[in-house]
Design a protein around this ligand. Structure first.
Ligand SMILES: *Cc1c(COP(=O)(O)O)cnc(C)c1O
Length: 375
């Protein structure tokens, strides 16, 4: 079933990928745990034969994501398995990859450690500004991440996708932070939307999963082939949990985005906090492109406190928000990104705060109390 535009996002999320009603059957079938299926005679045309090739739990989840993203989805073992399934087969020696310099560190590591040594030319450019556009000549693949994580800059996807298309380059957008309810990259002109399901998409901090959605069904077929050749397959149980989680996607992101905007506004008014970034803030440098291409601005707010010590005291003083990596879960989390080394190139006091689904007033009060206590 293709995306239905005549119904609201909440309705779409609740019903995404569900089978037609059938007497006595559950709304969503449980996970199918199988390595081998009964398969007699000629196997051609039989959808389910071996567990690495196909699984009905994947199929249902992929139908759901396909409806939400507006394309044909293929699920993977993790967000990085999904990223690798796009990056590795797309680029041969002599090809050029143009990628966001401020994108997910593991994606940049694949470019540097796997692609460059094989003769792929890698050009990194920052998400804001014209760097990505200027680097496009001769590119085979343009890799965008918007909003970028953790600095939350936004690039103009329709403009970049159009310029890439003119040059014959493929466009992939990492849609992890926004989720398909925040933006639909394929409608903005991208060929592929890639996401980690481990973050806001599934949102309960209880599974690792990835997905790629392709505008062109032939690309989805190639991705499925890559998956079964490399074995980058999601577990059926995780896939089922992921599908189950989608029903509340709209409720979760609505609450998270409302809290994130209120938190960004609160932090912007404080003198002991600097560099507040949230694409939904009217005064944010990313607001203009974000407003044009996004429908919701995501769960993450970033900001700076005065140095590492203050940031550590702040995190320790939070009572509701947990100190943890990752983002997009139902529980509010925060971390000092520089604790991971220089992967993100952020100041020592840089905090990434992910708003959960607690009552907004409680999250804001927790932050205010922790700022006061850590002053
Ligand atoms: C987490 C993340 C990934 C990788 O996803 P995993 O599920 O951890 O493999 C890729 N891109 C972005 C933007 C992420 O935040």
């Amino acid at each position: 079933m293709s995306a239905r535009h005549d119904i609201g996002d909440g309705t779409r999320a609740v019903h995404a990928g569900l089978p037609a009603p059938e007497q006595g059957r559950p709304f969503l079938e449980g996970p199918v745990l199988a390595s081998a299926y009964h398969l007699s005679g000629d196997p051609s045309g039989q959808p389910f034969g071996y567990g690495r090739y196909a699984n009905p739990t994947w199929t249902a989840f992929e139908r759901a994501i396909g409806e939400l993203e507006g394309g044909e989805a293929v699920a993977f073992a993790s967000g990085m398995a999904a990223c690798a399934a796009v990056l590795l087969p797309a680029l041969a020696p002599g090809d050029v990859l143009v990628a966001a310099a401020d994108g997910y560190p593991a994606v940049r590591a694949i470019a540097r450690e796997q692609l460059e040594p094989r003769g792929v030319a890698v050009r990194f450019a920052p998400t804001p500004g014209t760097g990505l556009l200027d680097a496009l000549d001769g590119a085979k693949l343009l890799w965008l991440e918007t909003p970028s994580n953790p600095r939350l800059d936004v690039c103009d996807v329709p403009a970049l996708a159009a310029a890439a298309r003119e040059r014959g380059a493929l466009v992939a957008v990492d849609n992890t932070l926004a989720t398909p309810l925040g933006q639909r990259p394929l409608e903005l002109g991208a060929d592929l939307s890639v996401a980690s399901g481990s973050k806001a998409l599934c949102g309960h901090s209880d599974l690792v999963l990835g997905v790629v959605t392709a505008a062109d069904p032939e690309r989805a077929t190639a991705l499925r082939e890559w998956r079964h050749r490399t074995g980058a397959i999601p577990g059926p149980f995780e896939t089922w949990l992921a599908h189950r989680s989608l029903a509340t996607l709209e409720l979760r992101v609505e609450r998270q985005c409302a809290t994130a905007l209120a938190l960004a506004e609160l932090l912007s008014r404080r003198e002991d906090v600097s560099g507040v970034r949230y694409p939904g803030l009217a005064a944010d440098p990313a607001h203009e492109p974000a407003r044009r291409q996004m429908r919701r601005f995501g769960p993450v707010v970033s900001f700076e406190l005065d140095g590492r010590r203050r940031a550590e005291r702040f995190l320790a003083a939070l009572e509701l928000a947990a100190e943890a990596t990752s983002f997009g879960g139902v529980h509010s989390t925060a971390e000092r990104r520089a604790r991971w080394g220089q992967g993100d190139a952020v100041p020592e006091g840089f905090i990434r705060f992910s708003c959960g689904c607690e009552d907004s007033a409680d999250v804001l009060a927790d932050v205010e109390r922790a700022l006061h206590a850590s002053a």
